[in-house]
Design a protein around this ligand. Structure first.
Ligand SMILES: [Zn+2]
Length: 479
């Protein structure tokens, strides 16, 4: 027996044991109050504990107080950016604006918007040259908006984001120490290093379902695994969770019933919400998040709009060059208030939303947004007839080929797909890009899949404001 298998056996035993002890409460409390803080201390991420304590309290501050806190942080980060980050000094000087000029929200409109393409091109000059390199880590977007971006996050900001995620997960019924179900578009390999095996032995695992290849049998298997694993919360791509619900319903299979399902990274269509809630017997907690900012906004237990992560982000909604009034649909423009290593200022995430007025009946003062329109990634039909989430292409194809700029994957007939690429013309598609697309199409959709190309200068958002990443007309009803 290999050490990996032995580790799996031990881990399963430990998990089964933990389930039998007071319905997880004993082991969960042990992880939450001892192992988790110890792990954070070891990895120098202990600041997360303080942030979580702070955010649990501040979420109930009055709206005006939260606005004032965010504004004070915004003024400080703008000054910091101007003083320390070459890109912002140059862009603000060119626009004739100085952080000292910013006295009210309307003054912010003078500061240039930051495009994803500008981050792609100016990564080095967007980083604080004085910030210690060992206290920041590089990250990159999954490409699910069609434009891959690399960026740096400093350690302290990472801790605050982790705390924010825990706070928002708690609204759906999750807490530190519980396992999670995760329906996501990537493979999660088993831990191989001794360190990661030891870690996964003690910490509750996540039970993954890879939406790269969806078949009825794999959905049945995952449903049975969930029943044994019993995670209180499942985090999922909205469309993939809708598909799982639809498969179980079609075959009359009783679905696992978690406390809540958090859907993220894609637009949650109303019919998908209804279907998921009916089949899985729990509420869906819609969330807006992205790699650049982590959690941006989430639904609370009242499901009346999404509360923004106001302690870490300054959010504007802009319509035709002006700030949108409550109820008006506009584009989300976000400034990171805590990432001093590489602050993203007035960054266009290319999603749209509207402000809500009044306070939520949950008592939280965090401002709320609604009518979120983001990315839509429809399923594609693989050569063998199985369904593949378009998000898979975003994460495995687009994210690794920035030269392609923007990509849409379209399918109108079985065994054939079209890559619509915003690189202008065929000459701009390198042989390396072409080989990469061919290789990953084979991996995800099968070797027999034929590929066509269409070249354009730009791929616009849909009239609804959504960005269509992939679409197939032959999925038999699934978008
Ligand atoms: Zn609320």
């Amino acid at each position: 027996m290999t050490s990996l298998n032995f580790s799996c056996v031990l881990r399963n035993f430990c998990h089964a044991l933990s389930l039998s002890i007071a319905s997880m409460s004993f082991y969960q409390q042990f992880v939450k109050h001892f192992l988790h803080p110890l792990d954070l201390y070891r990895s120098r991420g202990y600041a997360q504990i303080g942030y979580l304590r702070e955010f649990e309290k501040s979420q109930f501050y009055a709206q005006e107080q939260l606005k004032e806190i965010a504004w004070d942080r915004l003024v400080r980060i703008l000054e910091h950016a101007y003083q320390k980050i070459p890109y912002y000094r140059s862009s603000m000087d060119q626009a004739g604006v100085h952080p000292g000029d910013i006295k009210s929200e309307s003054d912010l409109l003078a500061i240039p918007l930051l495009e994803k393409t500008a981050v792609q091109k100016n990564l080095d000059s967007l980083v604080n040259p004085d910030f210690p390199k060992h206290l920041m880590s590089i990250n990159q977007t999954g490409g699910s908006t069609g434009t891959p971006v690399k960026f740096y996050v400093d350690k302290d900001c990472y801790c605050s984001r982790s705390a924010a995620t825990v706070r928002h997960d708690r609204w759906a019924g999750y807490d530190i120490g519980f396992p999670k179900g995760v329906v996501w578009a990537r493979e999660f390999p088993a831990p191989t290093s001794l360190k990661s095996q030891v870690r996964s032995f003690f910490f509750p695992r996540s039970l993954f379902y890879n939406t790269g290849t969806i078949s009825d049998d794999s959905v049945f298997r995952y449903n049975e695994q969930l029943k044994r694993f019993r995670p209180p919360v499942i985090v999922a791509y909205a469309s993939a969770m809708g598909l799982l619900a639809s498969v179980l319903k079609k075959h009359g299979v009783k679905a696992y019933q978690p406390k809540g399902i958090i859907t993220s990274s894609e637009t949650l269509e109303p019919e998908n919400r209804l279907l998921i809630e009916e089949v899985f017997g729990c509420k869906v907690f819609n969330r807006l998040g992205c790699s650049e900012f982590s959690v941006i906004a989430s639904e609370c237990e009242r499901h009346d709009g999404l509360h923004i992560m106001q302690e870490g982000l300054y959010i504007e909604i802009v319509k035709q060059g002006k700030h949108a009034a409550p109820g008006e649909l506009g584009e989300l423009v976000i400034t990171d208030l805590r990432n001093v290593a590489m602050p993203l200022i007035r960054y266009r995430i290319k999603d749209t939303a509207t402000w809500m007025t009044g306070t939520c009946s949950c008592g939280r003062g965090l401002a709320r947004i609604t009518n979120i329109a983001g990315r839509v990634a429809g399923f594609l039909v693989a050569a063998d007839g199985s369904l593949c989430s378009g998000i898979v292409f975003a994460t495995t194809v687009i994210a690794h080929r920035p030269s392609l700029k923007q990509v849409q994957i379209l399918q109108t007939e079985r065994g054939r797909i079209t890559f619509k690429i915003a690189c202008g013309s065929e000459e701009n598609l390198t042989e390396e890009d072409r080989n990469y697309l061919r290789e990953h199409t084979s991996l995800n959709l099968g070797k027999e899949m034929a590929i066509d190309y269409e070249f354009v200068d730009h791929i616009p958002h849909e009239p609804s404001g959504k960005y269509l990443l992939s679409k197939s007309t032959i999925t038999g009803g699934f978008i």
